[in-house]
Design a protein around this ligand. Structure first.
Ligand code: AHG
Ligand code: MN
Ligand code: MN
Length: 325
């Protein structure tokens, strides 16, 4: 049985020129994942040991869980000085990591949704973290620039998600398939539990917030109506935590949809922190991820927090959807 650490060493050995820098980034994300997992599992106790904004018995101030996750991941990545820049859904601007003198060769940048599924925090439902890793494109002699973060999804070096569910799962790809590692919380070790995840070619689940139906584009309305017309062939599952919805569909086969609606004319999901990393993973697992009329990973990003309509799942269901778009 392989641990995530052993898996990283084995992967690194396949690339003799590797400096180990990439593995260090994954190590830092793994550590933060364990810290956040522990915290998430205690979320229900926050009301007992002290609410947001007050100080608990240990003198620590309680924080909202999404702020806590943001600070934990940023802290883990910056303390180690192994990345040169980070952008987070929880921060307006990107963060430059000042490591040019100590670690001039640092070339990675990370984009992160530290806690996905915020509406589920208080109701004991699965949450997630999503990350995306690129190489900087600006000269290493100067500070990181916005261009380093606004790269197309096709330029991703790696992407992954952490699912804080019935167990905690770390899933990632480096463009060579997708592997999942389950945390044994008793000893704090991730074990390879889901080697080489591939989406089943067919699926019968679709996942969408259908309460927005009235203002979906006509093409999406037609698609949904016809799914229902096919007598009991399909089933709906929608948790409202993208990571959980995607993970279930990856294992069982299904389609995730977040179309535009009146309230969110570009959909709700963020291209850089949510759509691109999930698209990379889903494509690596033999599925597909598209926006209304193009492959998600080929969209040229314009702003850090840009939103795009998002659809992904197994090939057959995406092909059916495309025939409506
Ligand atoms: P976040 O918690 O990072 O803001 O993301 C929430 C996203 C995603 O996780 C979820 O699938 C979607 O919002 C749910 O949106 P609706 O409540 O509109 O269905
Ligand atoms: Mn999110
Ligand atoms: Mn979030």
């Amino acid at each position: 049985m392989h641990t995530l650490g052993e898996f990283l060493i084995a992967s690194q050995q396949k690339h003799p020129a590797s400096t180990g820098e990439f593995s260090k980034v994954i190590h830092a994300l793994r550590l933060a994942a364990k810290v956040v997992s522990h915290k998430v599992n205690k979320a229900g106790l926050i009301d007992i040991i002290g609410a947001n904004g007050v100080t608990n018995a240990q003198g620590e101030s309680q924080q909202k869980l999404d702020v806590y996750a943001h600070e934990t991941f940023i802290g883990s990545l910056t303390n180690r000085k192994i990345v040169c820049g980070i952008a987070s859904e929880e921060a307006d601007d990107f963060i430059e990591v000042h490591n040019s003198t100590e670690n001039p060769e640092s070339k990675y940048i990370v984009l992160i949704d530290p806690l996905d599924g915020s509406s589920n925090i208080d109701v004991n439902v699965s949450l997630g973290t999503i990350f995306s890793i690129y190489k900087r494109i600006s000269p290493s002699t100067g500070p990181v620039t916005q261009e380093d973060f606004l790269q197309k999804g096709t330029e991703q070096v790696a992407a992954g998600y952490i699912l804080y569910g019935t167990s905690t799962l770390f899933v990632y790809t480096t463009g060579n398939g997708v592997n999942g590692f389950t945390l044994n919380p008793a000893i704090g070790t991730f074990y390879l539990s889901h080697p080489d995840i591939t989406l089943p070619p067919k699926g019968h689940i679709y996942s969408i917030n259908e309460a927005n139906f009235a203002t979906f584009p006509e093409s999406i309305k037609d698609f949904l109506k016809n799914r229902k017309a096919e007598d009991q062939k399909y089933t709906t599952r929608y948790i409202g935590s993208m990571v959980s919805d995607i993970h279930r569909n990856m294992l069982k086969g299904g389609l995730y949809l977040y179309p535009p609606n009146q309230k969110s004319p570009q959909g709700k999901l963020r291209l850089l922190y949510e759509c691109n990393p999930i698209a990379f993973i889903v494509e690596q697992a033999e599925g597909e991820a598209i926006s209304m009329d193009q492959r998600i990973m080929e969209i040229d990003p314009i702003t850090l927090h840009q939103r795009v309509p998002f659809f992904c799942g197994n090939k057959e269901m995406v092909a059916t959807l495309k025939s409506y778009l």
